[in-house]
Design a protein around this ligand. Structure first.
Ligand code: PMP
Length: 428
């Protein structure tokens, strides 16, 4: 694979896009501002690779931010979607594939007996919180600084640095009333959990990946489980990233702690818009029309997304998860070694299917520590990788997403590029 030469067409498209789309993109991180460069417009993908509109080829470690566990344009997924499309793209009526998908998902996620499908993780989170509030008759939601659960008004709160912070809106346009019922505490700090018994839900990324990968301390999830049981709150695992990725049964299967409700997304759509929330039959039967908690969606359980989902999950057996874990470890270990050789302070944190190289000389256990990483070093590293045909997440606070399409050759190419890129970081 040759180095990236020009990105002229990307620059032209970006200039045009900025006149039509705010910031030239449809989701902020894509603009690559955090690494100080212009975005790259993608023309196509196959397996572990993407090609930009200037015909440069990249090993892709973003994998659409998680959905593409099989890589780009996997033949089984493409075929399933094409077949479904030929039968009709949407009916607004139930289909057999939704039943098949629900069976596949509930068979994998230990705590999910019944589910409701949505089109995005944001919708699923919003609806799961509504259900928790209805079930408990309470309003407050506890979340963790540095976690992300979609752009739900009430969850866009400032991340506090220290003790619990009562929700302060993190974006203009979010009403103070929407965040007033959100309590934010630092991750991995059991001593900061509120002792009150007025929480509707404890909402948690069981293995946070939106401040970079920051796994829970030993027994922290068990503490949250016990705290939910003590206070009568529902424990909600947001497994939008971890579900069907870190293990067959998601983080709950991997770490053996069961939530009351689970939010799922990304992998289950196989690259099409699909998400869901689920839990015990008793809780989920509060959702309309079985129960009285309103929730709906024109495209929920959409036939194309459902077909992609079933096709994706059917590829994900035990062997696949073993392979994904190996790929992750080889990449993580290789980055560690390459940084050490270059004399760059790097802490690589990983779980199967997720990796973050933090430009930090010590382990990162919470958002305040993640924020202290050398963001300029990450930016220089990411830019240098892109110049060498490797596409990393364009932000320090994200996970790299290995897929089953990544090969030994992809890893070697990435590590060759990383050795040079670390050299550039060291010489800054
Ligand atoms: N929860 C988590 C853990 C996420 O990472 C994301 C998106 N990155 C969401 C929820 C929101 O999902 P969506 O972007 O599909 O609305």
């Amino acid at each position: 694979m040759s180095d990236v030469r020009a990105t002229t067409r990307s620059q032209e498209l970006y200039a045009h896009a900025r006149e039509l789309l705010p910031g030239g993109v449809n989701s902020p991180v894509r603009a690559m501002k955090a690494i100080g460069r212009e975005p790259i417009f993608i023309a196509r993908g196959a397996g572990s690779r993407v090609w930009d509109v200037d015909r440069n080829e990249y090993v892709d470690w973003v994998s659409s931010w998680g959905p593409l566990i099989l890589g780009h344009a996997h033949p089984a997924v493409v075929e399933a979607v094409a077949e479904a499309a030929a039968r009709g793209t949407s009916f607004g009526a139930p289909t057999e594939a939704e039943v098949q998908l629900a069976l596949e998902m509930s068979g994998r996620m230990p705590s999910v007996e019944m589910m409701r499908m949505t089109s995005s993780g944001t919708e699923a989170t919003m609806s799961a919180i509504r259900l928790a509030r209805a079930v408990t008759g309470r309003e407050k939601v506890l979340k963790f600084a540095g976690a992300y659960h979609g752009h739900v008004d009430g969850l866009l709160t400032e991340a506090g640095s220290g003790l619990a912070t009562q929700g302060i809106p993190a974006s203009p346009g979010v009403p103070a009333a929407a965040t007033a019922a959100t309590v934010t505490v630092p991750w991995n700090a059991p001593e900061t959990l509120p002792s009150s018994s007025d929480l509707a839900a404890i909402l948690v990324e069981p293995i946070p990946a939106n401040m970079g990968v920051v796994p829970p301390h030993d027994r922290f999830l068990e503490t949250l489980r016990a705290e939910a049981d003590r206070s009568g709150a529902l424990l909600i695992f947001d497994e939008v990233i971890t579900g069907f990725r870190v293990a067959r049964g998601g983080a709950q299967g991997h770490l053996n702690v069961l939530p009351d409700l689970t939010i799922m997304g990304k992998v289950i759509g196989g690259g099409l818009p699909a998400a869901a929330f689920g839990g015990s039959r008793e809780l989920m039967e509060r959702i309309a029309p079985a129960g009285d908690v309103y929730q709906a969606g024109t495209l929920s359980g959409n036939p194309l997304a459902t077909a992609a989902a079933v096709a994706t999950l059917r590829q994900l057996g035990d062997a696949a998860y073993g392979r994904l874990a190996e790929t992750t470890e080889t990449l993580a270990g290789g980055l560690r070694e390459a940084a050490a050789e270059a004399g760059v302070a790097l802490t690589v944190q990983s779980v199967p299917g997720l990796v973050t190289p933090f430009f930090s000389d010590r382990p990162v256990w919470n958002y305040a520590q993640a924020a202290k990483a050398d963001l300029q070093a990450y930016a220089a590293f990411a830019r240098a990788l892109l110049d060498r045909g490797v596409y990393p997440p364009p932000s320090q606070f994200e996970a790299w997403f290995p897929s089953l399409a990544h090969t030994q050759e992809d890893i070697e190419h990435t590590l060759d590029a990383a050795r040079e890129a670390f050299g550039e970081v060291a010489d800054r």
